[in-house]
Structures are given as C-alpha cells and as structure tokens.
Design a protein around this ligand. Structure first.
Ligand code: KIV
Length: 275
C-alpha cells in the first residue's frame, strides 16, 4: 500500500527536487479515482462554485458547501493529503473567524490542511491558523475570489508587478504556510518565486519550473466543451465519451434494445437476491 502523503511529503519534495502533483475533487467517487492516480494532494477547491454548482465564479461558495464536499472527498481518499479551500469571506474579515473556519474544515470536513488566497494582506490569518495546528497552503497570483477587485481573470506578476508577488510569496512563507499555489503568472516570474522560496510552489498557469502542478480535473478530462484556458492540457475527452453513453442509453430505451434478456430477472430465480 502507498504511503500516506502529509505536509512532510511537500517539505521533502522541495529538498529532493521531486515534482509534486495535485488535482481537485469534490465528491467521494472522484476522490477515490484521483487518489488511486498517486497524486500527492487533493484540493477540494472553491472551483466547486464553477464546476459543480454552475456559478460564474467562486464568490458565492459557502463554508457549509465546502465542508459538505470536503467530507465526501476525505471519505474517498486513503493516501493523498486532503486540502480544503477556504471560501470568500471565511477568513478575510478577522483572524478569529479565519481560525474558526479553518478548524471547521478540519473537524467537520475532515480536511488535513486548508488553502486560502492572498499574500501579505492575509499573513496574520495564516500565522494564527498555523498556530492552531492547521497546515495552510497559500495561493497568490490570480486569486479568483478577488476577480472583481482585479477587473477580471488576468495574468498577474508581469513586469514590475513581479516584485509585489515576491513580497506576497515571502509573506505567506514567513507566516508559516507549508506550500503556495501560484496561479496565472508568467513562467519567468514563477521560476524566480520558486527559487526564492524554501516552501514548494504549486503552479497552475505558471510554467514548468514550479515545484509541482495542479489542475481542475474537469479541465484535464475535457468535461466542459466551452472556453478552455491556455494553461490547461486536456488528457482525455471524457466529456465526449459520457455524452455518447448517455445518448446511447436514451436511444436504446426508446428503441426497446435496453434492457435485454441478460438484464432481466426470470420467474424461477430467487427474487430476494438482486445482486
Ligand atoms: O479552487 C480551485 O480549484 C483552485 C485551484 C484552481 C488552484 O484554487
């Protein structure tokens, strides 16, 4: 059986140079499949708002929704570190709120770490959560909870803005985070951040030099046929397979091909035994 991944796995990988891998999951069945792939951590992202709840952004996601989905993912995960995302305004308002909500993700959601967005502005929250024995993953660069303030989904850390990102990255590390996600940042900037930090960087749209990579599994599997960001690689067109299977079911029921004799119980059989 594979070894349980922990925050020590992340620290070790930074030292050895072995790349870290993370994928999202939002429910028990997908958590089981993602876990079997051997990923180091599963993020129950607040991208839940987009890919599961059909919202245009992550702003409306609540603590109760995050706890509900994190608990399902934790139940399906044996080896990967389960990271629960802290939703908008669950940590920005005050340090006590941040600690209580991080604690809820652990106690009620069974997360083994939490992730929150922001740099220097949330370093007091990160410090207090870490002091309460909850491991924190930071998230800088494009932080989707701030899209209204940022004026949309835009690449961050270009030109002189790279210095702001460096200050944020160092603040997150100084506050005690065990790793930091870097989203939608030029590869050169992400490389400089990765070299400057002693904690691992996990990139999404941040080039190949981060210490690890994360993707939302809906993007990786091609479950959406709409807009696909440049940084996404579609490893399978599962959406096409699923749509075909659903369509086949509908046409076979309509034509009377399904259920066939092999799917039917016959009179002499013991009808108490369904499976
Ligand atoms: O919510 C999420 O899925 C994320 C990843 C994109 C890093 O924050």
């Amino acid at each position: 059986m594979a070894a349980k991944k922990t925050v020590s796995t992340f620290a070790q990988a930074k030292k050895s140079g072995e790349k870290l891998t993370m994928l999202t999951a939002y429910d028990y069945s997908f958590a089981r499949m993602v876990d079997r792939s051997g990923v180091d951590a599963i993020l129950v992202g607040d991208s839940l708002g987009n890919v599961i709840l059909g919202q245009p952004d992550t702003i409306s996601v609540t603590m109760d929704q995050m706890i509900h989905h994190t608990r399902a993912v934790a139940a399906g995960t044996a080896n990967a570190l389960v990271v629960g995302d802290m939703p908008f305004l669950s940590y920005q308002v005050s340090v006590p709120d941040a600690v209580l909500n991080a604690g809820r993700l652990m106690k009620e959601g069974r997360a083994q770490a939490v992730k929150l967005e922001g740099g220097a502005a949330v370093s007091a929250q990160i410090r207090a959560i870490v002091d309460a024995s909850v491991p924190v993953m930071g998230h800088i660069g494009l932080t989707p909870q701030s899209i209204n303030a940022m004026g949309g989904f835009k690449v961050q850390g270009k030109g002189e803005d790279a210095e702001r990102l460096m200050r944020d990255a160092l603040a997150v590390q100084e506050a005690g985070a065990f790793a930091v996600v870097i989203e939608c940042v030029p590869a050169e900037t992400a490389d400089a951040l990765t070299k400057a930090l002693s904690i691992p960087t996990i990139g999404i749209g941040a080039g190949p030099d981060c210490d690890g990579q994360i993707l939302v599994y809906h993007d990786l599997l091609g479950l959406f046929d709409g807009f696909q960001p440049k940084f996404v690689k579609k490893y399978a067109d599962a959406g096409e397979i699923i749509r075909n299977a659903f369509g086949k079911f509908v046409s076979e029921v309509k034509s009377g091909t399904f259920p066939g004799p092999e799917h039917c119980f016959t009179a002499p059989q013991n009808l108490d035994k369904l499976y």
